[in-house]
Design a protein. Structure first.
Length: 179
């Protein structure tokens, strides 16, 4: 039996690449750490004579780290696995909850990406949309969005899937000969 690269891999599948969201997806954890640290230090800053109020800072730091780690675990263990036949989205919902979505590459009809303005361009993240007959898979805050998009296009084309939104004729599908 061949060695499998991830849980749930089929015997005839070949792993192409794995990607995850940009670290900016953990920003709520950073905000939680900052807010807990600030709230924990306020009593000591007001009453500086009472050294016991430093425990508020320690408790605020501990709560902030717990909030940050909760969001970090959700980010770190949420991945997108692309094989030669499908894309698998593994989303860590909480410390113990997980959901898995599989999408066959040959079912993808259209694909596109968008870089959302200044912050997306500055920090290097964007959104990839994979459209099927059933619905869309929207992958937000993808690190190196353009590179991941190009790899996905190659994988979808190799699997016999759809075409990019750029390739669709802007005249509503009619060309000069069809008029």
């Amino acid at each position: 039996m061949p060695k499998l690269d991830f849980a749930g891999q089929r015997a005839d599948e070949k792993l192409l690449f794995v990607f995850r969201r940009h670290i900016i997806a953990v920003r709520k954890g950073f905000y939680g750490l900052l807010i807990a640290l600030v709230l924990g230090s306020i009593p000591f800053l007001i009453w500086q004579n009472n050294i016991n109020l430093l425990w508020g800072l320690v408790i605020g730091l501990a709560v902030g780290i717990a909030v940050f780690l909760y969001h970090w675990v959700g980010w770190y263990f949420s991945v997108f696995i692309v094989t030669n036949t499908r894309i698998r989205q593994v989303s860590q919902k909480s410390l113990f909850g997980r959901s898995v979505i599989d999408l066959n590459l040959n079912k993808i009809q259209n694909y596109s990406y968008q870089i959302p303005g200044f912050f997306g361009e500055t920090f290097g993240f964007g959104t990839i949309v994979l459209q099927t007959m059933v619905g869309d898979m929207i992958i937000g805050r993808v690190k190196n969005c353009e590179n991941v998009y190009q790899k996905l296009v190659a994988a979808v084309d190799a699997a016999g899937g759809g075409r990019a939104a750029d390739d669709i004729d802007k005249t509503g599908g009619q060309n000069e000969q069809g008029k």
